[in-house]
Design a protein around this ligand. Structure first.
Ligand code: NAP
Length: 333
């Protein structure tokens, strides 16, 4: 019998502890994805008990949100989806790159565009994608609170915010969630962010739970990524680090098999879910078969001693660790 999906609550709404991430479904940064594969993946996620779908305007420059809207139409029940989208990144500046932009006109316009693309009149969770250091956080929070009062948004979240930035936000509006990077190899939030979120009842949705596919178990030594694939510019996927990380993955895979009869992907996702203070692990997929692995994550737990062995493997193999800072958007002039 299949183990049941785990659930938690965000602002009183029940959400699955595994959330589907749609960055890859956007089709621009992880290789091409057809409309039919994308919609099938979204519907397959719901079939498997996943209701939280994380998306953003930047994913495929609007395409991921449009495909989610299409999947919701095909499914027929809007309430089967907990839509978590974002705002505050601008890629249309005529200059190279992506810029943090939480100015009021931009956020107001993004909300209307997202509602249209998603084909809905209500977004369950609206998250600021990255902090904009040129706009006071309090102003952003006040504007987002207006969106809630207008009935267009259910709850407010942030992503990539520091504790100080979350405190500023919360001084003006209720903060339901934070979305930081977190996985076996990227644990920068352990010391400050996670304890603060737990103490302040802010849900934590982790992104890159599979470390942008490194921990999914498919990658091999010598593998390269074409220009345009995000992994072609990710420092973890460049030598000499790539070998270090793949060696760790190989040892973690052997550990997962020997102790639990599980794959390294199951181990990595379970690790995130079993860390204290984690609400939801976001996991990117672009084909329904990639979600077959969801079943292997459910119905078991990692003990403290297994966590310690995992830490030791990572420390022994990854001698020159690097974080996900390369994802940080540019600051406007
Ligand atoms: P991730 O979940 O760590 O890894 C996703 C990749 O793992 C997939 O694209 C796929 O790569 C591979 N994969 C998935 N299932 C697999 C399977 N069963 N077997 C083999 N490979 C598998 O990466 P992520 O997309 O960075 O993070 C998840 C979500 O978090 C995103 O989609 C997005 O919603 C969110 N996110 C948010 C931010 C933010 O700033 N807030 C930043 C990054 C991500 P292949 O292409 O190799 O198939």
């Amino acid at each position: 019998m299949l183990a049941a999906m785990e659930f938690t609550q965000i602002s009183g709404k029940q959400v699955s502890r595994i959330g589907l991430g749609t960055w890859a479904i956007g089709g621009l940064d992880w290789g091409a994805v057809s409309d039919s594969d994308a919609v099938a993946t979204l519907l397959s996620a719901v079939d498997r008990g996943i209701n939280l779908i994380d998306t953003a305007p930047i994913y495929g420059r609007g395409r991921a949100e449009e495909l989610l809207g299409k999947a919701i139409r095909a499914h027929g029940h809007r309430e089967a989806f907990y839509i978590a989208t974002k705002a505050g990144l601008d890629w249309n500046t005529g200059r190279e790159g992506v810029f943090a932009d939480s100015t009021a006109p931009r956020l107001r316009q993004e909300l209307e565009h997202s509602l249209r693309r998603l084909n809905t009149d209500f977004i369950d969770l609206y998250q600021v994608h990255w902090p904009d250091t040129l706009v006071p956080i309090e102003e952003t929070a006040a504007l987002l609170a207006e969106f809630v009062r207008e009935g267009k948004v259910g709850a407010l979240g942030v992503s990539n915010y520091s504790v100080a930035q979350m405190q500023a936000f919360r001084s003006v509006a209720p903060l339901a969630s934070n979305q930081p990077p977190y996985n076996l190899f990227e644990r920068q939030i352990d010391h400050e962010t996670l304890p603060w979120c737990a103490a302040n009842h802010v849900a934590v949705l982790t992104y890159s739970s599979l470390c942008r596919s490194l921990l999914a178990g498919r990658l091999t030594h010598g593998m390269t990524f074409p220009a345009g694939d995000i992994r072609a510019v990710d420092p973890k996927f460049q030598q000499p680090r790539f070998t270090q990380y793949l060696n760790a993955v190989e040892r973690l895979a052997a550990f997962a098999q020997a102790h639990f009869g599980k794959t390294v992907l199951s181990l990595a996702a379970r690790w995130v879910l079993d860390r204290p203070g984690i609400s939801v692990a976001l996991w990117g997929a672009k084909r329904p078969d990639q979600l077959d692995a969801v079943a292997g994550v459910l119905g078991w737990k990692l003990s403290d001693s297994a966590m310690a062995e995992i830490d030791q493997i990572v420390a022994e193999c990854v001698t020159d660790p690097v974080g996900p800072e390369y994802l940080t958007p540019k600051v406007r002039e």
